[in-house]
Design a binder for this molecule. Structure first.
Ligand SMILES: [Zn+2]
Length: 162
């Protein structure tokens, strides 16, 4: 990761600017979520005691406080209900405008607000089909024994089905 215009920070990891979670098993109890993303799967946890399926995934059920959770797959396509487009003032770390977010109906499973990528301003409209899009984000250095290893990371958004 580099910070444009601040040469002293070239090659340094800027933890305070990091938008994305640590994803290794040493730092993150829901680390399988990211491994599933790398396989193109959108998964979450289901409570084996009450059936709740919170998203993002949890290790503790927010409804009944059980830790008896299992991983389940969710649909990877959905329908846009409505959306927002930021064309100026996109926050640092989100790349170039537009920054699009949409309320997506995930085949009746869940309705959630998610970022839409690979989509030009003015392109998206309600009723459009969108699909899961997994993308690489900056790796993070992590100590493994006496070595420092760059841990690869991914994150998810949705993109229009073309
Ligand atoms: Zn529960």
């Amino acid at each position: 990761m580099t910070t444009p215009g601040i040469s002293v920070l070239d090659g340094k990891y800027m933890v305070t600017m990091d938008l994305f979670p640590q994803q290794s098993k040493e730092f993150n109890q829901v680390h399988p979520f990211y491994a599933f993303l790398q396989e193109g799967r959108l998964c979450t946890t289901r409570c084996k005691d009450c059936g709740a399926e919170p998203f993002p995934p949890r290790v503790l059920c927010p409804d009944c406080y059980s830790t008896n959770m299992e991983w389940v797959d969710w649909p990877t396509t959905g329908t846009v209900i409505d959306f927002t487009e930021e064309v100026v003032g996109v926050p640092l770390g989100f790349g170039k405008a537009p920054l699009v977010h949409a309320l997506v109906d995930l085949q009746g499973k869940k309705t959630f607000f998610v970022r839409i990528i690979n989509c030009a301003a003015g392109e998206l409209k309600p009723g459009d089909q969108v699909k899961l899009a997994v993308f690489d984000v900056d790796s993070v250095p992590q100590e493994v024994g006496r070595d420092v290893v760059e841990m690869q990371r991914v994150f998810y958004a949705f993109e229009p089905v073309k």
